[in-house]
Design a protein. Structure first.
Length: 305
């Protein structure tokens, strides 16, 4: 409650001294993709640079939410929204912990996905990779989705990867049913080749469907089935220092906190020596249950919502 949401009136930010204000400037906050349950936003930084960003909005219960974002990012996907609702998003650019600039946009999420639309039949498909709708060969041959593969599984999350062997897509949509059987849709940027799905239930089978879109039309689809891990099988991090010599070639730097809100933490780290294929962030939630978040090996920051 102490986290004040942005005022709905035009914001008058506390500006630094007259010599500094225009050094870092936020460009327009644009919507790149909308589903019933998520919104993907993009922005630019036409002048200067920011240490980090914070995206603020009110959820369906009217509670303020704040999402910390790395300063190198230019897009973010906001999951967990409600269908057919208007949201006002405020993006703040921060330098030295101070808000320097602010842009906002209003968005209405898509209507609830009809039961027959979002998730194709859960029956086994004779062929898992096929066009969504019959179209001419000229239409279909321009962009093709490669196999949808599972790169990491935890009790509460799944990381998926795919390729685009031919053509390109404007965006992707990942669809699945949650533990209650409700359809969920996650918007993914067209340049992405992986996505992490959070908030799953342990030891459950999920069928994920990835759609490739061009001009908002579904061009191709790939699917895969995944069973989330059993929490009892999740090893907690060992406090023992590995003794094997070869492991010392890749070294992790200090794990730092880059941002904290009432509901999330942003973490950053470095790799001063060598490289890693991937990372796993482990912690215990408020109920004491072990959680594990898979992270791409190129990443140097993560937000834990």
């Amino acid at each position: 409650e102490e986290l004040p949401p942005p005022s709905e009136e035009p914001e008058t930010e506390a500006t630094p001294s007259d010599a500094l204000p225009a050094r870092a400037v936020l460009g327009e906050l644009r919507v790149s993709s909308v589903t019933p349950n998520s919104v993907q936003l993009q922005w630019s930084v036409p002048e200067g640079s920011f240490d980090s960003f914070t995206l603020q909005y009110r959820d369906v219960q009217g509670q303020p939410q704040a999402l910390p974002i790395d300063g190198g990012s230019r897009s973010v996907t906001v999951p967990g929204l409600s269908p057919s609702r208007r949201y006002r998003f405020h993006l703040y650019g921060l330098q030295g912990g101070k808000r320097i600039d602010h842009v906002s946009t209003d968005i209405v999420t898509d209507a609830a996905v009809p039961e027959e639309l979002p998730v194709p039949s859960e029956e086994p498909q004779p062929e898992d990779h096929k066009p969504v709708q019959p179209q001419t060969e000229a239409d279909l041959g321009q962009a093709v989705l490669g196999e949808l593969r599972v790169s990491n599984v935890t009790p509460n999350s799944v990381q998926l990867q795919w390729s685009v062997p031919k053509g390109s897509f404007d965006s992707f949509t990942l669809q699945y049913r949650d533990a209650q059987g409700q359809p969920q849709a996650l918007a993914v940027d067209g340049g992405s080749r992986s996505v992490t799905v959070l908030g799953l239930s342990p030891s459950r089978r999920y069928r994920f469907h990835l759609y490739g879109l061009q001009d908002r039309k579904r061009i191709d689809r790939v699917s895969t089935d995944v069973v989330t891990a059993n929490p009892d099988d999740l090893p907690l991090p060992s406090t023992d220092t590995p003794s094997e010599g070869p492991l010392a070639q890749a070294v992790l730097g200090h794990l730092r906190v880059s941002s904290v809100t009432a509901d999330s933490v942003g973490l950053q780290w470095s790799v001063p020596e060598g490289s890693f294929d991937s990372f796993t962030l482990q912690y215990r939630d408020a109920q004491g249950q072990p959680q594990a978040l898979p992270i791409d090996g190129e990443s140097r920051s993560v937000t834990v919502p």
